[in-house]
Design a protein around this ligand. Structure first.
Ligand code: GTP
Ligand code: MG
Length: 230
């Protein structure tokens, strides 16, 4: 994290005046640096897995990665929404998505192979798995969410830090981006919102079918068995 990023964070924190204790600000900056370290550790592991697949199988399972640290305002907003105390301890104990990585894969098989290889690594722990691919949400949302605990080595020793990783295919990402945009477009009349939500649910099913058919072609040309999962 650059010093200008840190300054911007401090400024936002000062402006927020949301009851976050001023004396905890230096600790907050330290904490964000630990989250950032954890996020880099996981994304490096993912880059290494992707290159290994490229060398061994001539196939890049990861289309691209996105990373973000939650903004100060979102952290404060989430603590408020959940009626949690506005303290460093409360962030550490309750927010598991301060560091977030999105892994966008080419195929569904890639989602599971990359996540399984990462989860099996002995230096990190799996804290929680939510598989919205096996069980999509009612609105049609699909993705595999895994929260990892990663050791970040500071002068005081290892600090196990959570990182939320969302694994999804290009099609799942394409869908989730539009659904997110619709959800935050608050000025739509209710009827139009409902109509678009229904259409999006249909789109989710269609994308799932297209994805399965393309997955099977990909398996066939790579000599893998066909699976009926559409
Ligand atoms: P919160 O972080 O408090 O919401 O709880 P959680 O971490 O238990 O939630 P969950 O793992 O279900 O979802 C976390 C993240 O997944 C969200 O911040 C979004 O990025 C994404 N997500 C979950 N559900 C949806 C959805 O219906 N649509 C879209 N576009 N994204 C979603
Ligand atoms: Mg979350």
């Amino acid at each position: 994290m650059s010093s200008s990023d840190l300054e911007a964070r401090l400024e936002a924190l000062d402006k927020a005046h949301n009851g976050f204790p001023q004396e905890e600000i230096p600790q907050f900056v330290d904490l964000m640096q630990v989250y950032e370290g954890a996020m880099f550790e996981i994304s490096t592991k993912l880059d290494i897995l992707d290159s290994e697949f490229q060398v061994r199988f001539s196939h890049d399972p990861i289309h691209h990665l996105e990373r973000r640290l939650k903004s100060v305002n979102s952290i404060i907003g989430k603590l408020e929404r959940k009626e949690l105390p506005m303290t460093i301890e409360s962030i550490k104990d309750n927010l598991f998505d301060v560091a977030g990585i999105r892994v966008i894969c080419n195929y569904r098989d890639d989602v599971y192979s990359v996540s399984n290889y990462l989860s099996a690594q002995s230096d990190i722990q799996v804290l929680r798995v939510k598989d919205y691919i096996k069980t999509p949400k009612q609105n049609g949302y699909r993705s595999l969410h895994v929260i990892y605990a990663v050791p970040v080595f500071l002068s005081s020793g290892p600090h196990y830090t959570p990182v939320e990783v969302q694994f999804r295919t290009i099609a799942m990402d394409y869908w989730a981006s539009l659904e997110h945009a619709l959800r935050y477009k608050s000025d739509l009349p209710d009827a139009r919102f409902e109509e678009h939500s229904q259409t999006l649910l249909d789109c989710a099913r269609s994308l799932q079918n297209v994805e399965s058919q393309m997955q099977n072609i990909h398996r066939d040309i790579n000599g893998a068995p066909q699976v009926e999962d559409a």
